[in-house]
Write a protein that binds this ligand. Structure first.
Ligand code: HEM
Length: 398
């Protein structure tokens, strides 16, 4: 099947049909490459942790994988690496995102959230993605890495061009890549000349003091952290707010007991996580997935969203249930590529929701004429589940 068939509009319906009918499907992947799609929870989880499934494109059959190629200075990142390179690079950066370190960021993240809400005033209507869900993570990750203020807006435009390329403007993705390269080259040169108290300066010091990180790996790592640190978090915040607005009973329960927020964030991630698919993988030998033999070098897509809605693992999976047991959900991956920024992603989403709900006792989807559900616009992406716009009305009085 063509993976695009109905999947953009109704991903969960299509995934339900696929999951019910067979464990593994032969498909045409998001980039047009013939591939295999895995949808059942147990199979996806096992595959995520299987060392025979490589992320390194050199294991792809020659002429098979035709995915969008970044230049080496952006491509030498963790999501294209296997051990031992992956182990080495991940160890260098792992310390920056431990739960303890992230606890120290909670107060600044809350300040940023409050500042953004101040701008909205006591009541009105707004696009919550543009006004809140997007600027919060981009500010947080830029501060952490040391990206100066004026460039943050540009970065958003470039990453948008890469995540959901506009078929009408194929040159936009190429321009974005060129701009990103120039941006990171200049930023690293600046930080080298004048180090700051930020993660990028720390990584440059690691690079320059020995041979633990190549120059391409340094730039690719900075790119991945900025990109991954912003992209998915925007979507999770937006998806979570929408889910709450669609479920007023659960919104009321959460307002009544904000202590349930950390658990709720896990359910938002399971129910409508931003990563529909894990990064493509390539078997290093012929392997059996869900009883199907997949030849070495072919492309394998693991659907995190289909797995997270597998009724065998999560009963009544299409129901948002903030009280359910979400343990083992795969929204942040599993195995050695498990999301590096998971503690930050969780903290940011929790704080974003707490600040928003405290500030606005009244929050609703903006009036139906233009912004009913049919007017909500999802990103045209088979990989990233997120809203382009989320029009809401809000008020700080009840
Ligand atoms: C809600 C937010 C987020 C979601 C849903 C998410 C999801 C994921 C997933 C599913 C993977 C594994 C991909 C795979 O195995 O194919 C991953 C890996 C990764 N994530 Fe996240 N992520 C989020 C936020 C962040 C943040 C805030 C950062 C950084 C600050 C980050 C950095 C990374 C990195 C560097 C990897 C690659 C790890 C490796 O290969 O070892 N992510 N993320």
């Amino acid at each position: 099947m063509d993976l695009a068939d109905g999947l953009l509009e109704q991903p969960y319906d299509v995934y339900r049909r696929l999951r019910d009918s067979a464990p593994v499907h032969r498909i045409s992947g998001p980039d047009g490459t013939p591939a295999w799609l895995v949808t059942r929870y147990d199979d996806v989880r096992a595959a995520l942790a299987d060392p025979r499934l490589s992320l390194d494109k050199r294991h792809a059959t020659v002429g098979g994988y035709r995915g969008f190629a970044l230049p080496p200075a952006l491509d030498a990142n963790l999501l294209n690496m296997d051990p031992p390179d992956h182990t080495r690079v991940r160890r260098l950066v792992g310390n920056a995102f431990t739960p303890r370190r992230i606890t120290r960021l909670r107060t600044p993240v809350r300040h940023t959230a409050d500042r953004l809400l101040d701008v909205l005033g006591p009541d009105g209507t707004t696009d919550l993605i543009a006004a809140y869900a997007a600027p919060l993570p981009i500010t947080v990750i830029s501060d952490l890495l040391g990206v100066p203020g004026p460039h943050r807006r540009d970065f958003r435009v470039w990453t948008d061009a890469l995540v959901a390329p506009d078929p009408q403007r194929p040159e936009a993705a190429r321009h974005a890549v060129a701009a990103l390269l120039a941006f990171f080259t200049a930023l690293i040169a600046d930080k080298r000349a004048t180090p700051g108290d930020d993660l990028l300066s720390d990584l440059i010091a690691v690079r320059d003091e020995g041979d633990r990180l190549s120059e391409n790996e340094l730039m690719s790592l900075a790119f991945l952290i900025l990109f991954a640190g912003y992209e998915n978090t925007v979507q999770l915040i937006g998806n979570a707010v929408l889910a709450l607005l669609h479920h007023p009973d659960q919104l009321a329960a959460l307002r009544a007991d904000p202590g349930r927020l950390p658990a709720a964030v896990e359910e938002f991630a399971r129910y409508e996580g931003p990563a529909l698919l894990a990064i493509r993988r390539f078997p290093t030998e012929d392997i059996t997935l869900g009883g199907v033999t997949v030849p070495a070098g072919e492309t394998v897509w693991l659907s995190l969203s289909a797995a997270n809605r597998d009724p065998v693992r999560f009963p009544g999976p299409d129901r948002l249930d903030l009280g359910r047991d979400t343990s083992g959900h795969l929204a942040l991956g599993h195995g050695i590529h498990y999301c590096l920024g998971a503690p930050l992603a969780r903290a940011e989403t929790e704080i974003a929701l707490a600040a928003l709900l405290e500030r606005f006792p009244r929050l609703a989807l903006a009036p139906a004429d233009t912004h009913d559900d049919a007017g909500l616009r999802w990103r045209p992406s088979l990989r990233a589940r997120g809203l382009l716009t989320l029009p809401v009305s809000y008020s700080s009085t009840i």
